[in-house]
Design a protein around this ligand. Structure first.
Ligand code: ADP
Ligand code: TRP
Length: 330
């Protein structure tokens, strides 16, 4: 069976370097060897967390431009918006009828949300959040993807997708491929300014598409300890060093480690990090500035993408409808 790569990014807020390192960059690397690559904007997922329609629309545009500026070639891959493929919602419903509620109870995102609540554990939690993994499984299964490059935080969702596919295959017929996650080599989650996972939801991001000045400013905000210049510093559990390691060669990392031992100041360490990040992001920023000039570009590309993928989704949904018994009565 041919490899079929698929990944999506939720369209809330501004794309950040965690999205770039965890999803966009590894996916585009894979896409160079695999013509069957599907990249999409998860705007149905965005509704779960975000009720601001303007923000969602803007985020669709920015996440799309993040993919395109980072090198996505729409002639060689499928690029689309989740909500343009309405078959996704129908398949998601069908899959929800074979998914155990207990499986969803165990989802990290749902558990984390209930853990924050005290007397009423479900306070503020919508059904979208609860069944989020089913919608994600649908995204993956509707195109029979084989490999799903994601950040380490998404592994559990991939395991659930496999469970759901196996259950359907067992109950009806083996039509779904059992997909595999592809996690970046070190399997690490990219830390944000406060050292926690960088996320659009935590207000701790380094944006991917900002100008140089904003990039520098956000790197300056990374939280460090209060060791003075001249005092040796530890590279373990250090956000500055961790981020640097994603943008630098082994040799550059060794040099930076030595500088830490010699007591480099936090200001100088952040400048070095800025240079490393900026040299990788400058060409992306240039393309972004260029592509942003064309106001219709994103809509046009997404419309064309939807036309390409829709027939594939329709085929899969047709087969599923037949298997479960909601097709024409013969
Ligand atoms: P966010 O948490 O900012 O809302 P998404 O959930 O939309 O980001 O994630 C889109 C993709 O980017 C997923 O593959 C996810 O694993 C990856 N990703 C997001 N944040 C990080 C991070 N801090 N480190 C590594 N990968 C990440
Ligand atoms: N859940 C993913 C995230 O928030 C986004 C996403 C939605 C996705 N559907 C997907 C990723 C399908 C990979 C495959 O990070």
């Amino acid at each position: 069976m041919k490899k079929r790569i698929l990944t999506g990014i939720t369209t809330t807020g501004t794309p950040h370097i965690g999205n770039y390192l965890g999803a966009i960059k590894p996916s585009l690397n894979l896409a160079t060897e695999n013509p069957e690559s599907f990249f999409f904007l998860a705007d149905y997922h965005a509704l779960i967390k975000n009720k601001d329609s303007q923000n969602i629309k803007e985020s669709v545009k920015n996440v799309a431009l993040a993919w395109l500026s980072s090198g996505l070639d729409t002639d060689r891959s499928y690029f689309y918006r989740q909500s343009d493929i309405k078959e996704v919602t129908e398949l998601s419903w069908i899959l929800s009828t074979i998914t155990a509620k207990g499986l969803m109870n165990r989802a990290h995102a749902y558990k984390a949300a209930t853990a924050e609540n005290k007397s009423d554990e479900d306070k503020g939690i919508n059904m979208g959040l609860f069944s989020y993994p089913i919608l994600m499984a649908t995204d993956i299964l509707i195109f029979n993807s084989t490999h799903v490059p994601v950040g380490a935080d998404q592994l559990q969702h991939l395991e659930m997708t496999r469970d759901i596919a196996q259950r359907f295959n067992h109950l009806y017929k083996s039509i779904f491929n059992i997909p595999e996650a592809i996690i970046q080599e070190d399997g690490k989650v990219v830390p944000g300014l406060d050292g926690k996972k960088m996320s659009k939801s935590y207000n701790n991001i380094i944006p991917l598409l900002s100008d140089e000045k904003t990039l520098k400013k956000s790197i300056a905000k990374i939280v460090t300890n209060s060791l003075e210049p001249g005092q040796p510093k530890d590279t373990d559990n250090c956000t500055v060093f961790n981020l640097f390691s994603h943008f630098a060669s082994n040799e550059e990392q060794e040099e930076f480690k030595a500088a830490y031992k010699e007591g480099i100041s936090w200001g100088d360490a952040k400048n070095k990090l800025f240079e490393a990040v900026n040299s990788e992001l400058s060409p992306i920023r240039e393309r972004f500035n260029e592509l942003s000039k064309d106001n219709n570009l994103v809509n046009d590309l997404l419309d064309a993408g939807a036309k390409k993928v829709k027939p594939l989704a329709q085929d899969m949904l047709g087969e599923v409808r037949e298997l479960v018994g909601i097709s024409k009565i013969g």
